[in-house]
Write a protein that binds this ligand. Structure first.
Ligand SMILES: Cc1cc2nc3c(=O)[nH]c(=O)nc-3n(C[C@H](O)[C@H](O)[C@H](O)COP(=O)(O)OP(=O)(O)OC[C@H]3O[C@@H](n4cnc5c(N)ncnc54)[C@H](O)[C@@H]3O)c2cc1C
Length: 486
């Protein structure tokens, strides 16, 4: 196997040939590149961003939950044939082993796998080092403008070679290198001078940085698209490859943002913003529970978020698409049954001083930001006191019992109207992708062209939260890379 330095291309040549070219240097593209290069193929990895694996850095809150021990088909959505067929070839165990062999030790917490360093950057660095060892050429800051499939290289009109035209944005260093030296000197001269101009000078040198477009033309036998869909476009996956893919004749199913928060109706959320409770969210369709999940629900100024909301986001997004009003029901205290909660609240009511507002019976049970809203929701006055009840000649016991029943109902059956998703910008994944009837489910090769492959989120498979989306990226990248190298 060739061993060469990682070359962040400053392409002087106009035309180069590779065995395999991969567009998209995210998780799936990198895995595809390593896999193809390990088959002794010359591989070029192209990305329009200035960094490899830009999205990986953001995964798992910067810790990268890269797979999960519990890998079942119910953890995935989209085309079942695709996900069922290939996980056996490159499973979660293979992924853990792959990272182990390239130097990343991992640990498991409730089935979720993370690198031992707790740093997503260590996953990217390990991948980058492996790309280097395998001799993969990396071409960053590069956009593809056109792809041509060559029809006449083989008999039977079979398409098996591709020409890729595009450009790389390069920094032209002349001004900056001279400028930097100059700045270094200036800041040295002004070391003891608080009114130094060095900051102004360094801005000046940045302003002087010049970029230029350098056109390229590459040829390859196999081409892999690993450009993601639309989730978190700031991290690279912005749909800019869709036109190229569609021009080749491929079509997409409808794409929806998933693993995201949702805007909810009403002002209550602003008042409760910042609250995090262990609860359960159920999504109702005509009163029936369509999907539910338990965990730390986050109340935000716009509505609801948190992992349990992400886990039911698929159901919500689909209902929203069908223009239905989406009703969610939150149980803010899953660990306590309604009966036990009533007992707790009765006890708190019993010991509550006569002049103290009844909302204090929630003290120690739920965050104080929620108290007024839970009373409001139950259509009760949270400022009511025992003294007030007695003054009105009402039965203290009956009034308290009624109040507690209503309060428990609002805590355990708090209904929200979900209006819209927070969209692609805040989504961790997307559902949908390239129509699966245009993909060979065993090889991930296009059924329209020979030697054209797809990997990662671009395909119509997405997973729940917990390492499943990266597992899909690693597995599909591996399969595409392996078959592209054949
Ligand atoms: C904040 C956040 C946290 C997440 N946390 C987790 C987690 O902990 N565990 C988990 O399993 N999943 C997580 N995910 C999801 C996971 O990161 C993705 O499913 C996975 O990275 C998708 O990999 P991919 O290779 O298919 O696409 P991407 O990672 O999106 O990579 C696509 C690449 O293609 C490039 N590209 C796009 N268009 C072009 C073009 N026209 N020309 C050239 N290059 C192009 C992009 O720049 C990008 O580098 C998270 C996602 C986000 C946003």
């Amino acid at each position: 196997m060739p061993y060469c330095n990682l070359s962040i291309i400053k392409e002087k040549r106009y035309f180069m040939k590779y065995d395999v070219i991969i567009i998209g240097a995210g998780a799936s593209g990198i895995m595809a590149a390593i896999t193809a290069a390990r088959q002794n193929k010359s591989v070029l990895l192209i990305d329009k961003e200035n960094k490899l694996g830009k999205k990986i850095y953001a995964t798992g809150n910067g810790k990268c939950n890269f797979t999960n021990a519990y890998m079942k088909k119910e953890c995935f959505f989209g085309n079942e044939e695709l996900s069922n067929n290939i996980f056996g070839v490159f499973s979660e165990k293979n992924v853990i082993d792959f990272f182990n062999k390239i130097g990343v030790l991992s640990y498991e917490k409730n089935g979720y796998y993370y690198p031992n360093s707790n740093q997503a950057s260590s996953i990217v660095t390990a991948l980058e080092l492996e790309l280097m060892r395998c001799g993969v050429t990396i071409c960053l800051n590069s956009s593809v403008l056109e792809i041509k499939a060559i029809k006449d290289v083989r008999p039977c009109d079979s398409i098996s070679e591709y020409i890729i035209k595009g450009y790389t944005i390069e920094n032209v260093a002349d001004v900056s290198s001279a400028g930097l030296e100059k700045n270094k000197k200036i800041s040295k001269d002004n070391k003891h001078n608080k009114n130094s101009n060095s900051k102004r000078n360094s801005n000046k040198s940045n302003n002087n940085a010049v970029t230029q477009k350098r056109m390229f033309l590459y040829e390859c036998k196999s081409l892999i698209f690993a450009t993601g869909l639309l989730a978190s476009p700031k991290l690279g996956s912005d749909g800019s490859s869709f036109e190229l893919i569609q021009k080749l004749g491929h079509t997409f199913t409808s794409i929806l943002p998933v693993l995201c928060g949702f805007y909810c109706k009403g002002n209550a959320f602003k008042k409760m913003a910042g609250v995090r409770v262990k609860g359960q969210i159920s999504i109702l369709d005509n009163g029936k529970v369509l999907n539910k999940n338990t965990g730390e629900i986050q109340i935000t100024d716009y509505g609801i978020s948190g992992i349990p909301v992400f886990q039911v986001s698929h159901s919500i997004s689909e209902l929203l698409l069908s223009k239905k009003t989406v009703m969610g029901e939150i149980d803010f205290l899953t660990d306590i049954s309604a009966e036990n909660l009533k007992q707790c609240l009765k006890n708190n009511a019993l010991i509550l001083p006569d002049k103290k507002e009844f909302k204090y019976i929630l003290n120690g049970i739920l965050p104080d930001k929620m108290w007024n809203e839970l009373f409001n929701y139950a259509k009760m006055d949270s400022s009511f006191t025992k003294k007030g009840i007695i003054k009105r000649n009402m039965s203290l016991e009956k009034t308290i019992n009624d109040m507690i029943n209503k309060l428990v109902d609002s805590i355990k059956h708090y209904q929200v109207i979900i209006e819209k998703s927070r969209g692609y910008e805040f989504a961790q994944a997307c559902s949908g992708g390239i129509n699966s009837n245009e993909i060979d489910a065993n090889t991930l090769e296009s059924t329209l062209y020979n030697n054209l492959f797809f990997a990662g989120e671009l395909l119509d498979v997405d997973g729940i939260c917990g390492g499943y989306n990266l597992q899909w990226a690693w597995t599909s990248g591996y399969i595409a890379g392996l078959n592209a190298a054949k």
